[in-house]
Design a protein around this ligand. Structure first.
Ligand code: TRP
Length: 464
């Protein structure tokens, strides 16, 4: 028998609405901005292979667990964990897992919004024709002009935060659902157009080779950790975003099928982005390990040289902004849902409070690219010697907090929750597929996360 609890925040209208919203959360800057640049920094093929492996054996089972917990608890992650822990007669301290998620989401959004601001800025830089006909050098200096100016970054960050909090304030149904329906398919089509352009650069084979031919000498333990962390980041796992979306999921929907569909679409978008970007990188003699500016220094070259490039470029960055927007709302939704449930705020006020705090914290990232570019807080540790505050925030959240959150979600779902409860909530019976899920979440996920952590810590110590 399914639980009869209902969410006070409403419910998705249909199964498709949930798939769209979860895909909207998953597909974002992580796929188009972050995946290519970290793949580039970590040598390509081997990194991509580890990342794909992590999606399949860690990401999908954890996504199912997270949706399952959310739907069963039907509240913000904090209260969901609290309720489920008491229902399963285990420690009430599990609610801290919900709290950790709220903090991760807050930290991630604080820098996510700054990068989304870059995408916003590029809507105008491409649309105005500024990039038309530019050389790779010209494109590069347009990028450094932008990020070296704290005022401009601050302005775009502010605009993006206001956009995000406006949607969140309007609530689940009217706000979150509508945005995704048209924009996701449009982004997809445009990426395919870009891959088509990359096909003609003459370096398509080299790009594809870089992405898909593994050379394991190019990846170290820290690279493996980055790949695993990115699997969590790109699927929006480990901090309660997918849990809170699951709490709005109608009872009769298959959690397994939807999780697989969402993960597959997310992965496809990332691979398409890589296939669009790396051929351009090689055709123009650029550096695959250029870092966070990679897409902003490569794709505009393509737009600058294709017919109607200003138009397509503008369209691309508009769609990227939308992808980031539908992700950003899920990063802050757990915090807002909690403020509404436990602090008696209405959604609008709760959104304003959460948004303002995130905006303020985002200043750390804004300054990381200019006035504080030389502030290296952990320069004494080898892997962090060149890390700005932004780099550290990204490392802390994606490589540590999300995998740890995911690990604990896995532990709760199979070691704390009774088998009956998960069989009931996943509603796919107690057969083969259930057993695979249970095995992966019970043994493989915790052990894999643990080993990857240990290795990375070893590296940090060894070189420290
Ligand atoms: N998955 C999004 C992306 O790839 C970012 C994101 C949204 C996220 N919600 C999240 C990351 C929750 C971690 C946790 O851009």
């Amino acid at each position: 028998m399914a639980t009869v609890r209902a969410s006070i925040h409403g419910q998705w209208s249909t199964r498709l609405a949930f798939i769209l919203a979860a895909t909207g959360s998953a597909v974002g800057l992580g796929n188009i901005w972050k995946f290519p640049y970290i793949a580039g920094e970590n040598g390509g093929g081997a990194f991509v292979l580890v990342y794909l492996g992590c999606i399949a054996i860690i990401g999908i089972p954890i996504m199912m667990s997270e949706v399952m917990l959310g739907r069963r608890g039907r509240q913000s992650p904090i209260n969901t964990m609290h309720t489920l822990a008491s229902e399963e007669n285990v420690s009430p301290h599990w609610k801290w897992l919900g709290w950790a998620g709220v903090v991760s989401g807050f930290l991630i959004l604080s820098y996510y919004s700054v990068i989304a601001g870059w995408a916003l800025a590029y809507v105008f830089r491409t649309g105005s024709g500024l990039i038309t006909g530019q050389t790779a050098d010209g494109i590069q200096s347009i990028f450094s002009d932008l990020v070296s100016d704290p005022e401009r970054l601050l302005a775009w960050h502010t605009i993006f935060m206001v956009m995000t909090m406006t949607v969140v304030a309007r609530g689940v149904r009217s706000g979150l659902e509508r945005a995704v329906r048209l924009l996701m398919p449009a982004l997809f089509v445009l990426l395919i157009v870009l891959v088509g352009y990359a096909w003609n650069t003459g370096s398509f084979d080299q790009g594809v080779d870089f992405l898909f031919t593994p050379d394991f000498s190019k990846i170290d333990a820290d690279g493996v950790l980055t790949a695993m962390g990115h699997a969590f980041f790109t699927l929006s796992l480990g901090m309660g975003a997918i849990m809170v979306y699951g709490s709005y999921l109608p009872d009769n929907v298959s959690i397994a099928k939807t999780s697989i569909a969402v993960s597959a679409m997310d992965t496809l978008v990332a691979l398409l982005a890589g296939m669009a970007i790396f051929p351009i990188v090689f055709a123009n003699g650029l550096e695959p390990g250029a870092g966070p500016g990679l897409i902003f220094q490569t794709l505009p070259i393509a737009f600058g040289h294709m017919d109607y490039g200003a138009f397509f470029g503008m369209l691309f960055f508009i769609l990227l902004v939308f992808a980031a927007w539908t992700s950003a709302i899920s990063l802050i939704e757990p915090a807002v849902a909690w403020l509404v449930e436990n602090r008696g705020m209405n959604r609008v006020f709760a959104s304003a409070v959460a948004g303002l705090a995130t905006w303020l914290f985002g200043l750390l990232t804004v300054f990381s690219f200019n006035i504080w570019a030389d502030v290296k807080l952990l320069s004494g540790i080898k892997v962090f010697q060149d890390s700005t505050i932004f780099d550290l925030l990204d490392y802390l959240t994606a490589n540590i907090m999300l995998p740890l959150g995911g690990l604990l979600i896995a532990v709760f779902a199979v070691w704390q929750m009774s088998r009956n409860s998960s069989v009931d909530e996943l509603s796919m019976g107690d057969g083969f597929f259930y057993k695979i899920w249970r095995f992966l979440v019970k043994y493989i996920t915790p052990v894999a996360v643990f080993i990857v952590f240990l290795n990375a810590v070893g590296i940090i110590d060894l070189n420290g």
